[in-house]
Design a binder for this molecule. Structure first.
Ligand SMILES: *Cc1c(COP(=O)(O)O)cnc(C)c1O
Length: 292
């Protein structure tokens, strides 16, 4: 499998021109920032490894992408979760459903702690959300594609924006680019994000610039204003963004438009569309409850 250069498109949003790096279009089965983060494992040989092990939420995009990686590499995939809701067990959907179809072996363990896991010799252990040093390999390629595009289009003053979970993508992108990379924390607050950065990079002069959302959100919770914004963006740009990170990302951009006043803005579409299936169902259930 080869990951090709993803396209950059132009949209009009919030009354201005914004470029979108379409990493959601990298590959049909292996896309978004998880494909970038796991590219290293795709490209290299690991003769002693026959199993990949990870941990996280039961609908994570990283979980699905690891299931694809394992399938391609002919590895087993063991995935630990703390909890499996009975609704999901009875009605598999989204990332969970497709990861199982790819052969994921799910282990539900309430007491599982990642820090305590000792990988065996045949196991490759991946931190939750793919927050690993090896991620820099694929993200450097993303940075190179952006540099190339800037040169071709003679773009001088560029600002880049992407929403963060573990912050791995934003951190490595800033490492490989001279342009300012802006991000916003979607999981936890800016302190948590800075801590995440520090696990991968000690030199804080190379960190992305954090913009805080005006309101505090709880990751994975439903906010009707997010669903409304997501729908508006989909209608006006014909691009579907993810429903977990991007509504926080876009509302943060909207709240800080003055920062992006001069020069050009490039927003990184980090994929995650498989997870939308579940999120849309949850939003629709919420709306139908409100209507009753
Ligand atoms: C995983 C993910 C993120 C967060 O990426 P980090 O590198 O952990 O910050 C953002 N958006 C989407 C769609 C994702 O799948």
């Amino acid at each position: 499998m080869t990951l090709t250069n993803s396209p950059i498109e132009q949209i009009t949003l919030f009354n201005r021109n914004i470029y979108i790096k379409r990493d959601d279009l990298l590959h049909k089965d292996f896309s978004g920032n998880k494909a970038r983060k796991f590219h290293y494992f795709l490209e290299n040989d690991f003769p002693n490894i026959d199993t990949v092990v990870s941990f996280g939420s039961n609908q994570s995009n990283a979980m699905y992408s690891l299931s694809v990686l394992a399938k391609i590499k002919n590895w087993k995939f063991k995935y630990f979760i703390n909890h499996l809701p009975s609704f999901l067990e009875e009605h598999p959907n989204g990332n969970y459903k497709y990861a199982l179809l790819n052969g994921m072996e799910l282990i539900v363990d309430e007491d599982f702690k990642m820090t305590k896991y000792e990988p065996k010799e045949n196991e490759l252990f991946i931190e939750e959300g793919g927050a690993v040093r090896e991620a820099s390999f694929g993200i450097e390629q993303l940075a190179n594609e952006i540099k190339e595009w800037k040169k071709e289009n003679n773009i001088q003053n560029l600002k880049i924006f992407l929403p963060s979970g573990t912050g791995t993508t934003a951190l490595f992108l800033q490492k490989f680019l001279d342009d300012v990379v802006f991000t916003t924390p979607c999981v936890g607050d800016s302190e948590y994000l800075l801590y995440q950065f520090s696990l991968l990079e000690k030199d804080s002069s190379k960190y992305p610039t954090i913009l805080n959302p005006k309101k505090k959100y709880h990751f994975g919770k439903l906010y009707s204003e997010h669903f409304i914004l997501w729908n508006e963006i989909k209608k006006s740009t014909h691009i579907e963004f993810d429903l977990l990170y991007d509504p926080i990302g876009w509302s943060t951009v909207q709240e800080h438009l003055e920062i992006f006043q001069d020069g050009e803005v490039l927003y990184i579409h980090q994929g995650g569309l498989l997870g939308n299936e579940t999120m849309i169902e949850r939003y629709e259930r919420k709306v139908s409850v409100l209507k009753k």
